[in-house]
Design a protein around this ligand. Structure first.
Ligand code: ADP
Ligand code: ASP
Ligand code: MG
Length: 811
């Protein structure tokens, strides 16, 4: 014999009730079917009674909806005939009773708990009548006759012994199908209708299963089983195939709504397995909850759950230290007032005990605690109690935690890196549950980041904001699009682009954009963007594992990094402005990143995709010292000096560099050495030198006055330099030398300038727009380390940015 419970969602519509019929009729054995009210009806009954009690005549319409839902279901699922007629009449009578009760409440404007219990009972009474009529050969039983409660601490609690006895008597012989309303019960002394609490139909089913020693208890709902987290919050939560009773209890107690918490104990006691199944996918395997689970090598944590409406009350004061009985008094007074405590954390110094309670209980809890400790408060030994509200409690659960060191470290490390502050925490010695309290605004983020980092999810997720979709940003998005599948398959990494921003528009989406038509989408749906809106949206999304990728050259965007890093958002910048800004600012950004456990990376600031900054960092971290840097860092200038010839005057080569997009849109940034100076400053800083742009000595080849005035003026004036350049070029040609614009750092002194290099110099043969860097270090003294290759271009720069992003993912 088995007990099958169908929740509200399983009896919510004609289609789902017909599924229930098929499932039950295929079950074979004698079965006891426990049903909830039609989906959403319990909420509606409560809502309607509150309206009536408040004197709001709109209750009539709300009630009309309840009537319609039931009438429509009957209409849709029961075939026409005599029995349908009788059923409609019976439903009609119950609904009429209900109408009278609502009317009474509306008139006297009072709603007692007793009346409220009567009203909600109609939900299950009605649904069970309908289901019993629908299922072939079913007989209906009224649970009020055998599920009995008694009043304890002003709450109705199950009288287990009496209920067990009555259940056994009632089901001495079980028909093929017995249909029982869940949730409702009656008081053992007064006989008045009561209930087992919201979600209580699961409990009804468990109590019956245990009393009758059923072979199994099946809970049929609207998801494929017990999942690693609430699928409404974590879209990639997945079904757990097996859970132990202990694990299931821990998860349910901490808010996994799929099973009502008291459900597990009675069946666990009798070692009856629980199966969680999906009414909408009956062939799915679902979840088995039982004593011993197989798969010993499964993951350390099985699931995560949370309670949103948490308040924390801290009893603290130096007067508590070493005093025996403080905790006893705390829990005694809370129990006496029917307040349930679900988390306790006491510092070993004994001067504070924090208690987690439901927010609905918080005010009363403070009141009774303040009363209990009034004397100590007056003496100043204990501080007055206050509740900290708007908090949430999260629990990670798994029996394997017992054997795995480092889980708490990983948990809190992950939360910290994501900027989530833990207010209180508790781990019992059973080691199957670690619970902690956080600000409720961080709940979604916390659940996501834990799910992600404990590999409960199939993939690790990185959430990217891409700012700037010009040549580099556009190329990056293309690369991400084409690499995504491979990264998922081979590295278990999922790159979500959750924000795309250009100079005028921005769009954000928690689930990530499909990148096929991002430009069109941005144009059609993007919102106007400004520095402020970008900051507010990116920070406001408060999304886990997030990275802001700056592919612009904008000082406005660079000025946002500090805010982002402070909110635990990593920054990857192709934009050089921040890393080359005043030394204090550069330092501050790096410090914030380090303190917050996030990354500030800018490898592409120098030499595009070439591994220069990382190499310098690796050398230094391994104890080397950078003595000298010599480098050709401007692809534009190298291009110009390689092109200049008798046929191509200097001014023409500048034009060509601009047309071929080697140079900055304003080529004076390159010609003035500004771009190289920025790069050198960044290299020098990474090499451990404190340097600002003003400290760099400049030996330029274009007179200063060419950089004043407009770009147009510049284009007009620049041919006047051609003749002198040609003259110098001829001499150089004769001497078999090449011009290189060299950046140099030696003995802490930085300089940039034009240098004539002979054929034996490593810079001599540098082609096209390539870059070259020579690093002389303690270890590479005689033969400096050389890095050479493409130093510009959207493709290689985007690839460098991509590599920075991947290094954050750490895969
Ligand atoms: P029923 O009406 O069948 O009793 P409930 O709404 O009470 O259904 O419970 C099912 C819901 O519980 C699911 O739709 C899901 O959103 C939610 N839920 C929360 N946590 C979990 C979890 N860990 N696994 C599965 N479902 C969960
Ligand atoms: N109908 C009740 C509720 O919504 C009981 C249940 O569905 O389990 O809380
Ligand atoms: Mg439920």
């Amino acid at each position: 014999m088995k007990v099958m419970k169908f929740g509200g969602t399983s009896v919510g519509s004609a289609k789902s009730i017909l599924n229930v019929k098929r499932i039950v009729e295929a079950a074979g054995d004698p079965v006891i079917v426990v049903v909830s009210a039609l989906g959403g009806i319990t909420d509606k009954l409560i809502h309607t009674s509150k309206m009536a009690a408040a004197g709001d005549s709109g209750y009539e319409e709300a009630f009309g909806e309840i009537v319609r839902r039931h009438e429509e279901i009957v209409e849709d699922i029961i075939p026409a005939g005599e029995r349908k007629h009788a059923l409609k009449q019976r439903i009609g009578e119950l609904l009429n009773e209900l109408r009278d009760i609502f009317q009474g409440i509306f008139l006297i404007k009072d709603l007692s708990p007793k009346t409220s219990d009567t009203i909600v009972s109609y939900g299950e009474r009605l649904s069970s009548i309908i289901v019993a009529e629908l299922i072939e050969g079913a007989e209906r039983f009224d649970s009020r006759a055998f599920v009995k409660t008694e009043k304890k601490h002003s709450k109705h609690t199950l009288d287990k012994d009496l209920t067990n006895r009555l259940v056994r008597e009632t089901f001495r012989s079980i028909p093929k199908v017995a249909v029982v309303p869940g949730f409702i019960s009656s008081d053992k002394t007064t006989g008045e209708v009561t209930n087992l609490g919201r979600g209580g139909s699961d409990y009804t089913a468990a109590v019956i299963a245990a009393a009758l020693d059923a072979d199994s208890l099946e809970i049929w709902t609207d998801v494929d089983g017990f999942m690693t987290a609430d699928p409404r919050v974590i879209p990639n939560a997945y079904t757990i195939t097996e859970l132990s009773y202990v694990e299931a209890t821990e998860l349910c107690n901490f808010g996994a709504k799929v099973v009502y918490p008291p459900t597990i104990y009675p069946v666990c006691h009798k070692n009856i397995p629980i199966l969680i199944k999906n009414t909408f996918n009956p062939d799915g395997a679902g979840t088995v909850i039982k004593q011993e689970v197989s798969s010993p090598q499964s993951k350390a944590i099985k699931g995560i759950s949370s309670i949103n409406d948490t308040s924390l009350i801290t009893v603290q004061g130096l007067g508590m230290v070493g005093v025996i009985g403080v905790n006893y008094r705390i829990f005694k007074v809370l129990a006496k007032n029917g307040i349930s405590v679900f988390l306790v954390s006491q510092a070993s110094s004994e001067n504070s005990t924090s208690i987690g309670v439901r927010t609905a209980d918080a005010d009363l809890a403070c009141e009774v605690l303040n009363e209990e400790f009034a004397k100590e408060i007056e003496m100043g030994e204990i501080s007055p109690m206050q509740a900290e509200k708007d908090l949430a409690t999260v629990a990670i659960v798994g029996e394997n935690m017992k054997h795995t060191p480092g889980i708490a470290g990983k948990l809190f490390g992950t939360l910290g890196r994501n900027g989530i502050n833990v207010i209180a925490c508790a781990q019992g010695a059973s080691e199957t549950n670690i619970s902690f309290v956080i600000d409720s605004r961080s709940l979604r983020k916390a659940l996501n980041v834990i799910h992600d980092s404990f590999f409960l999810s199939e993939y690790q997720v990185l959430n990217l904001f891409i700012c700037g979709i010009g040549t580099v940003g556009g190329s990056l998005i293309e690369q991400i699009r084409s690499q995504r599948e491979r990264l998922m398959a081979e590295n278990g990494l999922k790159l979500h682009v959750v924000g795309i921003i250009d100079g005028s528009r921005a769009m954000f989406g928690r689930n990530g954009f499909d990148l096929a038509n991002f430009r069109e989408e941005l144009k059609a749906h993007g919102m106007p963007s400004s520095r402020e809106t970008i900051r507010d949206e990116v920070i406001g999304m408060n999304i886990f594992n997030s990275v802001f990728v700056d592919c612009t050259a904008s000082p406005d965007i660079a000025s946002l990094y500090k805010d982002f890093l402070q909110h635990n958002i990593s920054v990857v910048a192709a934009n050089k402005i921040a890393a080359s800004s005043e030394y204090e600012n550069y330092r501050e950004l790096k410090t914030i990143a380090r303190r917050r456990g996030v990354k500030f990376l800018f490898e592409t600031n120098v030499g595009a995709g070439l591994p220069i900054i990382n190499t310098i960092n690796d050398l230094i971290h391994s104890g080397d010292k950078i003595l000298k840097i010599e480098a050709v860092l401007s692809g534009t200038l190298n291009y110009i000096f390689n092109k200049v010839s008798a046929d191509l005057p200097f001014s023409r080569t500048i034009r060509m560099a601009q047309e071929e997009r080697y140079s900055e849109p304003d080529p004076r940034i390159d010609l003035s050495g500004k771009d190289v100076i920025r790069k050198l400053v960044i290299l020098a800083r990474e090499a451990g030198y404190r340097i600002d742009q003003e400290d760099v000595e400049k030996n330029l080849f274009v007179p200063n006055d060419f950089f004043e005035g407009s770009l147009d003026d510049f284009w007009k004036k620049v041919p006047s330099l051609d003749a002198a350049f040609e003259e110098r070029r001829r001499i150089l040609e004769k001497e078999h030398k090449h011009w290189r614009f060299v950046a140099k750092l030696e003995e802490g002194k930085a300089s940039v300038g034009l240098q004539e290099v002979a054929a034996n110099h490593p810079f001599y043969g540098l082609e096209g727009s390539n870059n070259i860097i020579l690093l002389t270090t303690e270890r590479y003294k005689e033969y400096p380390m050389m890095i050479q290759g493409y130093g510009a271009g959207a493709g290689v720069t985007a690839a460098g940015v991509f590599a920075d992003i991947m290094s954050i993912a750490n895969v």
